[in-house]
Design a protein around this ligand. Structure first.
Ligand SMILES: [Zn+2]
Length: 276
């Protein structure tokens, strides 16, 4: 499932490809992808609009349109964009939406595919976007995400540390891959209660979250199976994972075996030898 680094990579690719271009035609191949909008309302909201920029918020892709609206995409499990030279809009397996864009530097067709069908694509007016934005937590790569703000998010929480990091209302964009990796880098056991971390542990965790996410953005994300950038390229961070998906393999820090447990319904990976 794409997390912050994958969404960031896709958003940057989309910005380079479609910023400044105008949407000429829209086809909705699967109605559920735009719910609760209707396909007609979605087409109306996008057709004729110029895309001003494309960025990321949490795990969402957010395109700003020239009428002030935001076209937002939640990739969820398997949502994926492709960008190709202009061609007829056609129907294909797993194709949810296609858009014909036309810019001064040549347009193209943007397609959104989704095998598992959990992805969602909407157009929100400024008030709708503000409401969504307000429900999301702090951006961990922003200046506002300080040691002190992290301490505030952990304070008083009796949930395991890894789970608090997954809560999008607290820290936006971290998912299971990078939450586990951050705990490893900070040498913290993901089962620890968030409220029990002392000041130096919070400092380590704060640094680890920033380091893991920055490296993963630099490596264009982690590709296990479905994630690709908009030109079909794979990320490279899967080669740098220390714990995620490595249960039974040796820890590169202490040589002990990486463990996998189920924590609140989801896998947690960590090294019992050097994460405390
Ligand atoms: Zn270890």
């Amino acid at each position: 499932m794409p997390e912050l680094p994958e969404a960031e990579t896709i958003a940057r690719g989309l910005h380079a490809a479609i910023a400044g271009q105008r949407v000429q035609r829209v086809r909705v191949h699967r109605e559920e992808v735009v719910e609760p909008m209707t396909p007609a309302a979605f087409r109306r909201a996008l057709t004729g609009r110029r895309v001003q920029s494309v960025s990321r918020r949490a795990k969402w892709i957010v395109a700003s349109l020239d009428d002030g609206a935001r076209w937002v995409t939640q990739l969820r499990m398997t949502g994926r964009f492709t960008w190709n030279p202009p061609s007829a809009l056609r129907t294909e397996p797993h194709l949810s939406i296609s858009l014909l864009l036309d810019g001064t530097q040549g347009g193209g067709v943007l397609r959104f595919y989704d095998i598992r069908r959990f992805g969602r694509v909407w157009v929100l007016d400024p008030a709708g976007w503000s409401a969504l934005d307000a429900r999301l937590g702090i951006e961990p790569l922003s200046r506002e995400f300080s040691r002190r703000s992290l301490a505030g998010l952990l304070d008083g929480s009796r949930a395991p540390l890894r789970n608090v990091l997954l809560d999008q209302k607290r820290v936006a964009g971290l998912g299971n891959v990078y939450a586990n990796e951050a705990c490893y880098l900070a040498q913290l056991d993901p089962r620890r209660l968030a409220q029990d971390l002392d000041e130096s542990e919070i400092e380590r965790l704060h640094r680890a979250i920033k380091t893991v996410l920055r490296s993963a953005v630099e490596r264009r994300g982690t590709s296990f199976s479905d994630y690709r950038d908009i030109l079909g390229g794979e990320g490279e961070f899967q080669n740098d994972l220390e714990v995620y998906g490595r249960s039974g393999e040796p820890c590169r820090r202490c040589g002990g075996a990486i463990a996998r447990i189920v924590l609140a319904g989801r896998s947690a990976f960590f090294c019992p030898g050097c994460q405390h």
